[in-house]
Design a protein around this ligand. Structure first.
Ligand SMILES: [Mn+2]
Length: 367
């Protein structure tokens, strides 16, 4: 049995500018490097034979000395594990160029297919995508595999239907089917996905190792592949990384009248989705609220921020007016509501917003 860990899109040293506030970005940057070191720890405890990094290990051309030396030290500390590193579209030359010496157990790829026999009956072949003019049929045809082997093929790009690539990072599935691939180890897509390539093989994106910001929701981690070359079979499982997760949770606040009950509803929604205190949570508030409810997104945001690492709140609630409640109200309030209701130049939503503002002002509340 040969055990291979397949990861991709770690994007170490990502600036995270525009993704997280500056302070959290600086922390998260270190956490991403730490996540790679944890992956190496996992490889050790799982007694993996090899780790395949299918592109975008680093995010930019400029790699920090701290991250580069942490990564290369982790590799050097484990000469018993082979690290196969295929560069993606973000990290061309950035990491390897920063190293004084390539660790002995770091295996690199280039623009033509390189082939490594990992064990009897088990072959890993991979290439970094050459620029589009060099990626015609001849490039794919240069991928020659022995169907009697268990064949892993590593590439970084977007798997697309058909036989030709129209985009610079496209990998045409049609050009790869029927070639004897058992496991197409991909990188580039940041969420974990897998599917069938042809009658024989499957393709798999492990997704990024951990979420960088709010957008990278879902489970993140790496793939563990246990290969039995004699039977030409493999077992695949997804190992979730232990770090922070990003969640987007919508919460329906319809009919609720005060912040306390809204907070309760939001926390129930978050609990249902398994949000943990260390997570990045994006809460989307939805539903129709009574126009005169006591609702403060800032208060809700402050409350949630004390419970979770980082909170983003999107308020999509709308105010609704139950006109029957004020039909016979002779007060200024009732008169105001009837006046706004009769204004044909306003939409129903605008009427509700105007009524809410007006009533809050009448009651001396901050608007
Ligand atoms: Mn990429």
């Amino acid at each position: 049995m040969y055990r291979l860990i397949h990861c991709a899109d770690l994007h170490l040293d990502s600036s995270l500018r525009g993704i997280l506030p500056p302070r959290e970005a600086a922390v998260r940057r270190q956490e991403l490097t730490a996540a790679f070191l944890s992956l190496v720890d996992s490889a050790v405890s799982l007694e993996a034979d090899a780790v395949l990094i299918a592109g975008d290990l680093f995010d930019t051309e400029r790699v920090s000395a701290a991250a580069a030396s942490a990564v290369s030290a982790a590799l050097r500390d484990h000469p018993e594990i082979l690290f196969f590193y295929l560069q993606g579209n973000h990290d061309q030359g950035s990491f390897t160029g920063s190293l004084e010496e390539i660790p002995d157990n770091l295996v690199l790829f280039d623009h033509s297919f390189r082939r490594f026999r990992l064990a009897p009956g088990l072959v890993l072949t991979g290439a970094e995508l050459p620029p589009p003019p060099g990626r015609e049929e001849a490039f794919w045809d240069s991928l020659v595999l022995d169907p009697s082997d268990y064949n892993i093929v590593a590439l970084h790009g977007q798997l697309v239907k058909g036989r030709t690539a129209s985009g610079p990072l496209h990998i045409p599935a049609g050009a790869l089917s029927g070639r004897g691939i058992d496991y197409l180890a991909l990188g580039h897509i940041h969420s974990h996905r897998a599917g069938r390539l042809d009658a024989r093989g499957i393709w798999c994106y492990p997704g990024c190792l951990e979420a960088r910001g709010f957008d990278e929701t879902g489970r993140h981690g790496f793939v563990v592949l246990d290969i039995d070359p004699d039977l030409r079979k493999a077992e695949r499982r997804f190992a979730e990384s232990g770090g922070r997760r990003a969640l987007e949770v919508s919460s329906d606040l319809t009919g609720l009248t005060d912040s306390a009950s809204m907070e309760r509803a939001i926390r129930e929604s978050l609990d249902r989705e398994g949000a943990r205190p260390e997570d990045l949570v994006h809460v989307v508030l939805e539903g129709d609220l009574p126009y005169d409810c006591e609702m403060s997104p800032d208060l809700l945001r402050a409350r949630l921020s004390s419970l979770y690492y980082l909170v983003r709140l999107t308020d999509r609630t709308r105010f609704a007016v139950d006109y029957s409640r004020s039909a016979g109200d002779p007060s200024l309030r009732g008169e105001f509501i009837r006046l706004v209701r009769a204004d044909d130049s306003l939409t129903e939503e605008e009427k509700a917003a105007v009524i809410r503002c007006g009533i809050l002002a009448l009651e001396g509340e901050e608007v």
